[in-house]
Design a binder for this molecule. Structure first.
Ligand code: NDP
Length: 434
């Protein structure tokens, strides 16, 4: 088995691990409490905790209830069945450092459509009211926090006892193995890819389901949906539609092709993504803001533009790689660097690095529209409270860190060729600034 490598220094890794293990679970619950029961005001939650102390904190924490477990189990099982049963094109992921080529079934967009139609139909035909999900959200998050922890322990055991491929290994340190993961492509049987399930079919899919839930809850409470909620929901759904449209491209990104299946990525996708990414909508449910048509349309158009630019950045790189550079980028032949590298087995391979189009503006320009899109689906909450902007701030930190991690990884992989790329495209994220 190969050695599991950590990209951060041991100190940074440990700081991250300790903060995530200890702070993230209570943060998810406090965020839910503040959005739903404390008017989105951090100060109000702080005053409550100050007044009631530890017992007050305990009272805030909802215990996972049977209905919460049922909702999670039904959703998880439904998505797993769709992942296995729906038809889709056979797609190959990028070759791993151990020389394996993972094979996937590209049925994400179909699964997304089936999920949304089913969920809305359940409401429309009065079989299940999505407002129940909002009413039990705290219990659902508690159950998710615990269930996902158990899931990660099972992943760790599987990595040791029954790895699915040679892309797995131990660092020799239990905490690092648990946190960063042991396997790159863990599977159940030959076809059920666990990271596709956690990251795409559970994580991203639940964001869409929650966005619709918040809209329906507001409708059921007020007999209508505010323009701020509509803008937030439309932008989130367009973003998630783009995600599933491009899901096979996502399988070539760092999350899937480089980060192993551990607490960091799997717990993050199972708990953090649904709770944090949808938090502006969670706030808007009982704080409807009236934006007015002009402002609503302006925010909507700006958000849609950002989602498009982010998509186009990813698309440009994907087309460039797929055609081996034989394509047009912004109407011209692409400018490129032919970079060679050695695999773990010592074979020499080459990759092409695109240095024109969006990828000539900065090395991670695609993160700029990603952050701006998140800003535009948060800004319908306007500026009464800071908390609806937590996701944007978190995302900015995540992506700046990711840009550094990716640069480090590519520099190790491509050596002098990466240096040539950095000399040609000097800025990491913001053209001319950073
Ligand atoms: P990228 O899609 O940027 O993939 C990085 C990899 O692309 C590198 O490791 C390298 O891999 C290759 N690469 C780097 N530079 C070039 C180049 N100039 N030409 C060709 N290939 C290059 O990574 P991400 O996974 O970070 O982003 C994918 C998408 O996901 C983005 O749209 C991003 O905004 C989004 N995202 C969203 C997040 C969220 O929480 N909302 C979090 C993270 C990402 P190789 O080894 O193949 O050379």
């Amino acid at each position: 088995m190969g050695e599991a490598k950590t990209v951060h220094s041991l100190f940074v890794t440990c700081t991250f691990m300790i903060s995530i293990f200890t702070l993230c679970p209570p943060f998810v619950i406090l965020l839910w409490y503040t959005m739903v029961h404390a008017n989105g005001s951090v100060l109000q939650t702080f005053e409550y905790v100050e007044k009631h102390g530890l017992q007050g904190l305990k009272d805030i924490c909802p215990a996972p209830s049977p209905i919460a477990w049922k909702i999670i189990a039904c959703f998880g099982a439904f998505e797993a069945i769709l992942q296995l049963a729906l038809p889709g094109k056979r797609v190959e992921g990028p070759i791993s450092s151990a020389g394996n080529v993972p094979v996937y079934k590209a049925n994400g967009l179909l699964a997304y459509a089936v999920t949304l139609v089913t969920y809305i139909s359940l409401w429309w035909f009065e079989i299940f009211n999505p407002a129940i999900v909002y009413d039990h959200l705290g219990e659902i998050y508690s159950a998710l926090i615990m269930g996902s922890l158990v899931f990660c322990i099972l992943l760790y055991l599987k990595g040791h006892l029954a790895p699915s491929s040679s892309d797995s290994g131990s660092s020799g340190n239990f905490i690092i193995d648990f946190y960063w993961g042991m396997e790159l492509y863990p599977r159940i049987g030959k076809n059920f890819d666990i990271k596709v399930f956690t990251n795409c079919r559970f994580g991203m899919m639940s964001c869409a389901v929650l966005a619709i839930t918040y809209c329906i809850k507001q409708y059921e409470m007020n007999g209508g949906v505010s323009d701020s909620m509509l803008v937030n929901t439309v932008l989130m759904l367009v973003y998630i539609t783009k995600f599933f449209w491009w899901e096979a491209g996502y399988w070539c990104t760092m999350d899937i092709a480089h980060d192993r299946a551990g607490f960091y990525i799997c717990w993050g996708c199972l708990v953090w993504v649904p709770s944090i990414y949808t938090s502006p909508g969670m706030y808007l449910v009982n704080h409807p803001v009236h934006l007015g048509t002009q402002l609503a349309l302006l925010i909507l158009a700006s958000g849609l533009l950002c989602i498009y630019v982010n998509y186009d950045c990813d698309r440009q790189k994907q087309v460039f790689r797929r055609t081996n550079g034989k394509c047009l980028i912004w109407g011209k032949a692409p400018s490129k660097i032919v970079a060679s590298y050695k695999t773990e087995k010592g074979e020499t391979k080459t990759s092409l690095l695109l240095s024109s189009g969006w990828w000539g503006l900065s090395r991670h320009f695609h993160y700029v529209p990603e952050i701006l899109a998140a800003f535009f689906w948060s800004v319908p909450a306007l500026f009464n409270h800071f908390l609806p902007y937590f996701y944007v701030i978190f995302l900015t930190m995540l992506l700046l860190d990711r840009a550094t991690r990716d640069d480090d990884r590519c520099s190790t992989k491509y050596g002098k060729y990466w240096k040539t790329y950095c000399n040609k495209v000097r800025h990491r994220v913001l053209p001319g600034i950073y």
